[in-house]
Design a binder for this molecule. Structure first.
Ligand code: GDP
Length: 534
């Protein structure tokens, strides 16, 4: 969706100071800890410990799913905003589990950059690689944070080499670690020629920073033992010779990733990373819509829904639609056109997720993520504008890879099942198909775990026990073509037909052979595995 990766000085300063990004990482690499420290430095909280405590309190409040707690996975994406120096950071949380790749993909349509967090001992892990590939599809600029340097970690050159080889991206050090494990002293900041020393005594305090006149400054000897200093000088000389220079344009184009080394838990390297995001991650970008491009500085407000989260507060059956503002200056109470329904919508209570709490916001700018509470009108992919019939492109819906039939445990409550499933379909948590023949629903997901998540949510939010059972179908494809061609096709293949939650025709089968047969026998229709969300 992002088209232009250049920072533009002519942007209004409120927009120019925004950085909207996501963190991609393998579970356990330190995403949560790093997020806490961002908030700590962002002044959103007094002590990092509070985030976890607050986070837990919040989770209990929005405890729509025991599983999230039990398994320690984060199923729902949300957004947090904080300020640091003169910048406004919008961090969009990506769901951590590999089963939620579609959700993650859509989340990444709402950001301008990604921070890749890796564990210094483990390097590039499977989930990091997958998420990286998604970022690559969109040429997102990627900044890297190599975490846990306070523990035994790999050789610095090895880590850099592994990223370059494994992910096919150039890497350049923004900082260089001094010592490893218990001998880890800190980093040499290659951008600012500063020595950053880690404070092991106070984990919430940033360590000492020594301004130097290059690596040969005699002051270095005061802080670093001779042997380590010699190694540092050698390594940095080698790195400067062998690795690419930090070219901001290459970073913006997604070809080069600067890497910072640090220890999130010790608050070390975090501030440098934040400064790095300000300096090297892009400002709000130009986004693509169907008929034209939308520039952030346009005076009229536009935005699109990339995520819907239901039942964040079980006491209120509300849903929050997360909207990425693509352009303009939004003010509370504004009336916006909901393009899909062609209806005006007064946005009276937009929420900005500041730190761990959600607060009503008076204003927001292009680049920001606002939450709009609603009763189900807003769906993923929807556009909001000041009147123009825009449609943002690039928010795909994928054919599910796993299909199961869903039945209510209590037949008397079967009616409620319709409602629950429709809600999850709107949230983008599952695909729901109503077969033309027979009763019940076929539910499609991308990963097996999602069935359990759904069953647990339906029971918790609707008091309705459900069973997922093997379906006679294993694949679903959207049917596209002229109305007459699709109608003729549907009439001839009734036993395979279903409709999705938008009422669009879907062909279901258990055989790849069937899909090939359609391609052969019905040249006028196309079976597709993705559909652009309208
Ligand atoms: P996430 O799964 O990526 O969100 O990872 P967490 O932030 O929950 O961290 C996983 C584990 O690594 C936790 O036990 C953290 O305390 C620990 N951890 C995080 N950062 C560091 C670090 O810099 N050094 C060390 N030694 N442990 C860390």
């Amino acid at each position: 969706m992002l088209d232009q990766n250049t920072n533009r000085p002519e942007l209004p300063s409120e927009i120019a100071r925004r950085r909207t990004f996501a963190i991609i990482s393998h579970p356990d690499a330190g995403k949560t800890t790093l997020t806490e420290k961002f908030l700590l430095f962002g002044g959103a909280i007094q002590m990092a410990g509070q985030v976890r405590a607050k986070g837990e309190a919040r989770r209990t409040r929005s405890d729509f799913m025991q599983m999230e707690k039990d398994r320690g996975i984060s199923v729902s994406a949300s957004a947090m905003s904080f300020d640091f120096a003169k910048y406004r950071y919008n961090l969009v949380d990506t769901p951590g589990h590999s089963d939620f790749s579609e959700d993650t993909y859509r989340t990444l349509t709402a950001v301008d950059a990604a921070i890749m967090v890796i564990d210094g001992a483990k390097g590039v892990e499977s989930q990091t690689r997958k998420l990286f590939e998604v970022c690559r599809l969109r040429d997102l600029p990627i900044l890297t944070f190599c975490n846990k340097m306070d523990r035994e970690s790999r050789d610095t050159f090895d880590i850099i080499d592994e990223i370059q080889q494994n992910l096919a991206i150039d890497v350049t050090p923004a900082s260089w670690p001094i010592g490893v494990g218990s001998d880890f002293l800190g980093c040499y900041d290659l951008i600012n020629d500063r020595l950053e020393l880690m404070d092991r005594a106070d984990r919430n305090k940033r360590g000492e920073s020594v301004v130097l006149n290059g690596l040969d400054d005699p002051l270095m000897e005061k802080h670093i033992p001779a042997a380590q200093l010699e190694q540092l000088r050698e390594e940095v000389a080698m790195a400067r010779e062998l690795l690419p220079a930090l070219d901001p344009q290459s970073v913006l184009e997604g070809h080069l990733s600067p890497i910072w080394f640090g220890s999130a838990i010790n608050s070390f390297g975090v501030k440098e990373l934040m400064e790095g995001i300000a300096a090297y991650a892009p400002q709000p970008q130009i986004l693509r819509a169907e008929s034209r491009q939308v520039a952030p500085e346009e005076s009229k407000v536009t935005g699109f829904v990339f995520k819907v989260q239901a039942n964040m507060d079980p006491k209120h059956r509300d849903r929050v639609a997360f909207v990425r503002l693509a352009s303009g200056h939004f003010e509370r109470g504004m009336k916006l056109l909901h393009v899909r329904s062609k209806k005006q919508m007064a946005v009276a209570n937009p929420v900005l997720f500041l730190a761990a709490d959600r607060e009503v916001t008076e204003e927001a700018w292009a680049g920001d993520i606002i939450g709009i509470p609603n009763h189900g009108q807003l769906r993923i992919g929807d556009a909001l504008t000041e009147g123009e019939a825009l449609r943002f492109t690039g928010i795909p819906s994928f054919a599910p890879e796993l299909l199961q039939a869903c039945r209510a445990g209590d037949p008397l409550k079967a009616k409620h099942l319709d409602k629950a499933l429709l809600q999850f379909a709107e949230e983008g948590a599952a695909k729901v198909f109503k077969p033309a023949f027979g009763s019940g629903f076929v539910v499609g997901v991308v990963g097996q775990l999602q069935f359990e998540v759904l069953a647990s949510r339906i029971e918790m939010e609707y008091g309705l026990p459900v069973r997922f059972e093997p379906s006679q179908f294993t694949s679903a494809r959207w049917v596209q073509g002229s109305q007459a061609a699709v109608d003729a096709f549907a009439a001839a293949n009734k036993q395979h037909m279903a409709t999705d939650s938008d009422g669009d025709p879907v062909f279901m089968t258990r055989l790849q052979w069937d899909i090939d047969r359609v391609a052969r026998d019905y040249p006028d229709v196309k079976l597709t595995a993705t559909k652009e969300m309208l």
